[in-house]
Design a protein around this ligand. Structure first.
Ligand SMILES: [Zn+2]
Length: 241
């Protein structure tokens, strides 16, 4: 199995379209004919009674969705996404309430663990030619419950300062700010947007990359990483003791 070549920035949702008992039964299917995979392809399995079981260790790429990651990173969903599968066929039947609660719990866990935004949750069929996870998969309900939970969190925590840097090249500059202001630091991995909690902060330092449109944004990006580093160092020297 491939060691995952990048960090997890998305969640990907599936159904098994079968009636397996548990993660172990799916593991046996995936490791047997015709696949001979090294392990179960998914990371988390939600059983029909809502029980959540671990699948493949996240340090390895998954085997669930070779579709391209919609973040333009060039990685596949197997490499980029945390895979949650619900046992059952949701083209044919509705999901039970117990299983839905297990699914919601799994989605919330992944959302917090991997610091996802609402737009980072995708169904298998969103980027691959498949019907998975089925037309009756409770996607609308899941997204609306997730939104409610996440926005509730935003109201509770309002950050004073946050440092958003663009790529690993800008990290050493960002470190200076995180150290100075003892604040959250987050990398946007070349993306145009960042975490909702960063956008809700009172002041945002943007280190590298285009403007984010935050109402109190200190914009320190330069043409190249070295210019960004100079802007960032100059601002700190001029504005702090
Ligand atoms: Zn799938």
């Amino acid at each position: 199995m491939e060691i995952r070549p990048c960090n997890i920035t998305m969640a990907d949702y599936h159904h098994t379209a079968g009636n397996e008992k548990n993660a172990e039964e799916i593991r046996q299917e995936h490791m047997g004919l015709p696949n001979y995979w090294g392990d179960i392809g998914y990371n988390l399995v939600v059983l029909t009674d809502g029980t959540i079981e671990w699948g493949r260790d996240i340090k390895y790429s998954g085997a669930h969705d070779p579709g391209p990651a919609p973040d333009g990173s060039g990685y596949t969903m197997n490499q980029r996404a945390f895979a949650i599968v619900c046992i059952g066929n949701f083209d044919e039947k509705e999901m039970s309430e117990a299983q839905y609660q297990g699914l919601l719990k799994s989605a919330l866990w992944a959302h917090d663990k991997f610091k996802l935004s609402l737009g980072d949750h995708h169904r298998h069929k969103d980027q691959y030619a498949t019907k998975c996870p089925g037309d009756k998969f409770p996607w609308g309900r899941l997204m609306s419950n997730l939104k409610k939970e996440v926005e509730g969190d935003d109201e509770k925590v309002l950050l004073e300062n946050v440092v958003v840097y663009y790529t690993a090249k800008d990290q050493s500059s960002a470190d200076l700010y995180a150290d100075e202001f003892k604040c959250l630091m987050t990398c946007r991995n070349g993306a145009a947007t960042t975490l909702p909690e960063a956008m809700a902060a009172r002041r945002l330092f943007n280190i590298g990359g285009p403007k984010l449109g935050h109402p109190n944004e200190i914009y320190l990006s330069g043409e190249k990483a070295k210019h960004t580093a100079k802007n960032a160092a100059d601002w700190l020297v001029a504005n702090t003791i």
